[in-house]
Design a protein around this ligand. Structure first.
Ligand code: MLT
Length: 404
């Protein structure tokens, strides 16, 4: 069998695997200096009690023949899709119906799997820096910067790390993430409108990664791209319960593919992307488990909503503290206000991995090197609020003692 040569165009290891390996090596060599993990954005708080109780009850259902559940509906159980449509959209004045919602095992998988829908010669546009899954999944499908199928969108400190609508070359699929991973920047409604206008004018698709929408605390900032008029005709929105409700280990999220979103085949005929996604999912995916979906449903109960909000506030406080600490140290930083991530510029001349190593050696802190998110992230690191309050305080103390 001949292997998929596109893999030869990928970096040897996935970013977080590389970071993890370096931290493990350091920890083995220094067993008495516990490293505070501020790299991968993994939650630390346990499941909200309402979620855990709903899952316990669902396990009970599975123990009885009368309430047992085998294969579920491919798009997800109606009880969860209805809760999503009602709470995440209709309650905010957005008309999304349950038959436009696809429950899945997480945003990362959905975003990566979406490439199945693109024609071979599709040109994708990604900001730089960017969540590596957008780029790597396209490289696996044969797109590279060298063959012109991956185009980088300008996104740097001159524009507060907000991707700028390009002039000139047409991009078929645009990846946007707000609140942004890794930079913590957040797009305003006007920013999103500019992209929706571009997509409508060029017949492009926007893949909107909204995995961190729960961290938006400024009511003026949008949490869904569908807050922009006309977005349903050009955008897919992907959401996750990982960071919203601590589901990183459970796996559940959802993708909205509006009925109004159409594309064309090579022969010119029109097709609803929703139909293609359903066809793709029914072929390659068997759904998130019944127990997990009952847990996700509980997030929308009054108690669940309160408990999950408290957890988000906890992580946001950590992120804010980190951001303030960076400001105090005189380092250029953004994020940490409507986002769990803080993006920090290294002091003069230091590269991302150099600062990563320095912080690991001197402060026993692991961070994510910005260059791992693309060349545009060189010279920066990412800190995360997903840690305990106590560890965040400890990390800040260690950083304060550092002479950079
Ligand atoms: C991150 O740290 O960027 C995320 O936790 C990774 C992910 O969500 O897959």
């Amino acid at each position: 069998m001949q292997a998929n040569s596109n893999f030869q165009n990928l970096a040897e290891t996935y970013l977080f695997a590389e970071v993890g390996a370096r931290v493990r090596k350091y920890q083995t060599e220094h067993p008495d200096t516990p490293v505070i993990r501020m790299d991968i954005g993994d939650v630390t708080l346990p499941l909200a009690p309402a979620v855990a109780e709903a899952m316990n009850k669902a396990v009970g259902d599975m123990r009885n023949a009368a309430t047992f559940h085998g294969y579920g509906p491919e798009q997800g159980y109606a009880f969860l899709r209805e809760a999503i449509a009602r709470h995440d959209y209709k309650a905010r004045g957005i008309d999304i119906s349950e038959d436009e919602i696809f429950v899945s095992d997480g945003a990362k998988c959905d975003i990566a799997n979406m490439t199945d829908l693109f024609a071979e010669d599709t040109i994708v546009g990604v900001p730089n820096p960017v969540y590596p899954v957008y780029v790597d999944s396209n490289i696996m499908a044969g797109r590279t910067e060298a063959n012109g199928k991956i185009v980088y969108i300008k996104c740097d400190s001159t524009n507060a790390y907000k991707p700028l609508v390009p002039e000139g070359k047409k991009i078929d699929v645009i990846y946007l993430c707000s609140p942004n991973n890794p930079t913590g920047s957040v797009l305003s409604k006007a920013d999103l409108k500019a992209w929706v206008d571009y997509a409508r004018a060029n017949g492009s698709l926007i893949l909107f990664d909204s995995a961190y929408e729960a961290f938006v605390s400024d009511p003026k900032l949008p949490r869904s791209i569908y807050e922009v008029e006309g977005a349903k005709e050009v955008a897919i929105e992907v959401r996750s319960y990982s960071k919203t409700a601590g589901f990183t280990g459970l796996r559940c999220g959802y993708t909205v593919v509006p009925a109004a979103l159409k594309a064309r085949y090579a022969d010119g005929s029109e097709v609803e992307l929703r139909k293609l996604w359903l066809r793709r999912q029914t072929t390659k995916f068997n759904g998130a488990s019944y127990v997990t979906q009952r847990g996700a449903e509980a997030i929308y109960s009054p108690e669940g909503e309160e408990q999950v909000k408290a957890n988000i506030a906890y992580y946001l406080r950590n992120a804010r503290m980190l951001r303030e600490a960076m400001d105090k140290m005189g380092l250029q930083a953004i994020g940490g206000d409507n986002s769990p991530y803080v993006w920090v510029k290294a002091p003069d001349g230091l590269g991302s991995w150099e600062l990563f190593d320095l912080l690991l050696q001197k402060c026993h802190l692991s961070t994510t090197p910005g260059v791992g998110f693309g060349s545009g992230g060189e010279g920066c690191i990412r800190l995360t609020g997903f840690n305990s309050y106590e560890n965040t305080l400890k990390a800040i103390e260690r950083l304060a003692g550092l002479d950079l």
